[in-house]
Design a binder for this molecule. Sequence first.
Ligand code: DAH
Length: 338
Amino acid sequence: MKQELETIQADALSAIEAATDQKILDEARVAFLGKKGRLTAASAAMKDLPNEEKPAYGQALNMARQAITAAIESKLAALQEEADKKSVEGIDLTLPPRELLEGGLHPLTLIKDRAIQILRRMGFALAEGPEIETEYHCFDALNTPDDHPARNEKDTFYFDSGKLLRTHTSSVQIRTMEKATPPVRIIAPGSAYRRDEIDATHLSVFNQLEGLFVAEDVKLGDLKGTLEYFLRALFGNETEVRFRPHFFPFTEPSFEIDVKLHVKGQAPKWIEVAGCGMVDPAVFASLAESRGDDLFDPEKVTGFAFGMGLDRLAMIQWGIKDIRLLIENDTRFLKQFA
Ligand code: DAH
């Protein structure tokens, strides 16, 4: 009987040793330790032994089982290690890892977000309007006469339908007031389009931020205070701001706003950042007519409006000398903002 056990153990160990993969190893386990395995059969035979031989036989059985189990475990570990080695064959694990590119926001997004944040704190809500506009919303309703140069085919992208790519975000003023009830206090950031020759300060697609405040008794001082506060919040408390009389069809009086730019090693200079003014009563009058009510009757409400170039604000904020850098997506440029 003992002899038999020794044979089983020897056969098991050589079968385990010969296994070349986990499946074959498992077959060997089943053949010896499984329900119908050889060692299992041998332990069943114990009951036929005389009592005095049972303990020794039991011990021998246990030892055989332990030896086979240990052999299976160590073979399994060896097979696993071999498989691991194979899976990294040809891969140089000492190579440094590839550089992870870090994302960041585009400077235009940064400046737009900042501007929105400041103006929302002052009570302005976001508004929007379509980029493909009607002549009515872009010009007529903004008191812009037929022969105004901005309406020229040379300056504006027209579609065959007669619609156009909005030349400014001021159309959102009209879109908003068509539906709103005063008081109205909105800002509208967005793209505008002009058939400009592209150079260091002009793009044919650029970004503006429009603002409008309409209520009873809005005054020029409100306009001035709001925009001065805004520009100082954006560029710093020391920022010098200047309002220069100008003309826009939809505001009266109208101004251009300049910010004094200090560049190291250069004489400071004034840079235009926005147009603004008190909403022209003619704009309210035309609205009253199209709405068919008197909520925007120029006798009842007044307002101020402004429109600034976000590209321009970004250029001032970071001393960017060429506006084209903002659309070229050169990572060497963009990385500086990430
Ligand atoms: N729409 C003007 C432009 O694109 C800017 C502007 C000027 C907007 C005066 C206004 C404003 O709202 O009141 O040049």
